[in-house]
Design a protein around this ligand. Structure first.
Ligand SMILES: [Zn+2]
Length: 290
């Protein structure tokens, strides 16, 4: 019998009672049985999230998989609130700038593209029509934006979206912050790990290396790949020593709420796929020839 047709009260440990009514399907892709997968497609309105993480140094105080663990946790919690399927831990991301640090897995630019494209293709072959990339790794932003743009290169029966609601400033969160910011393994990211995996976060070790901008390159108006290494050779930016679990919990709650809201909008959307079809119909015959 399908677990999903049982009421939440009857379900044993490990199942996730998602709604007051309706199915109690796992949101984690790898926890669905094949028959449940078919139900999950329907319950999610063909929507799946790929939480994009990476394996890279996070100062001296956070684990290599910080982005991967944090973004998956966010995605899972949001999908539990607004049902969607969440792809397993994913770490095929752009991270050349940390190759000099222990533990970094920097796949080639062609491989990360291909793995992501084939993952999307396979998800679509299985019935998903809306694929939401939730990026947990700053070094991936340009890659993922371009990946979404490039999806228009050919006709597809699915659409790829990139979640843009992360990192939005919130006055309540800002009030709790003690440091002046930073970009990597800093107060916010460390607080987040203290909230989700406290045993893996060691803010007391944060001072072992400097997270200050080394300012070794000054080329206003120019972008070049070595900029990050020039500023932050320790692959740490900010001050994590002031991180708190409370800040992490607040930010996670707000992040889950915002992502769940976006998920609801995405699930209801019918315009994107219709516009994609219209676009490709026109692109195939741009002069309107029959
Ligand atoms: Zn990170």
């Amino acid at each position: 019998m399908l677990r999903s047709i049982l009421s939440a009260a009857l379900i044993g440990a490990g199942a996730i009672p998602l709604y007051s009514q309706g199915p109690a399907l796992p949101v984690k892709y790898e926890e669905l049985t094949a028959p449940e997968f078919v139900q999950a497609l329907k319950a999610s309105q063909d929507t799946v999230l790929i939480p994009c993480g990476v394996l890279e140094k996070h100062g001296t105080h956070l684990p290599l998989g910080t982005d991967m663990l944090a973004v998956r946790e966010l995605a899972v919690r949001a999908a539990q609130r607004e049902y969607a399927v969440v792809f397993p831990h994913y770490f095929f991301s752009q991270i050349f700038e940390a190759r000099h640090q222990p533990g970094t897995i920097a796949y080639s630019e062609t491989l990360i593209w291909q793995v992501l494209q084939e993952t999307c293709d396979e998800l679509a072959r299985n019935g998903f029509r809306k694929i939401l990339l939730v990026n947990g790794h700053g070094g991936n932003t340009n890659f993922l934006t371009y990946f979404c743009q490039a999806q228009l290169a050919k006709r597809r029966d699915y659409a790829v979206f990139l979640y843009q609601g992360l990192g939005v400033q919130d006055p309540e969160i800002e009030k709790l912050r003690k440091s002046g910011g930073g970009y990597h393994a800093e107060e916010m990211e460390t607080s987040n790990m203290m909230a989700i995996r406290p045993e893996l976060a060691h803010p007391e070790r944060a001072g072992q290396e400097s997270g200050a901008d080394q300012k070794r390159l000054s080329l206003p108006g120019l972008y070049t790949g070595i900029w990050w290494y020039a500023s932050y050779p320790n692959h740490y930016s900010g001050d994590a020593s002031v991180a708190t679990k409370r800040l992490g919990e607040l930010a996670l709650d707000k992040g889950v709420e915002a992502l769940a809201k976006t998920l609801k909008t995405l699930k209801a959307d019918t315009s994107t796929l219709a516009l994609q079809k219209e676009f490709h119909d026109r692109s195939d015959k741009p002069s309107g020839q029959r």
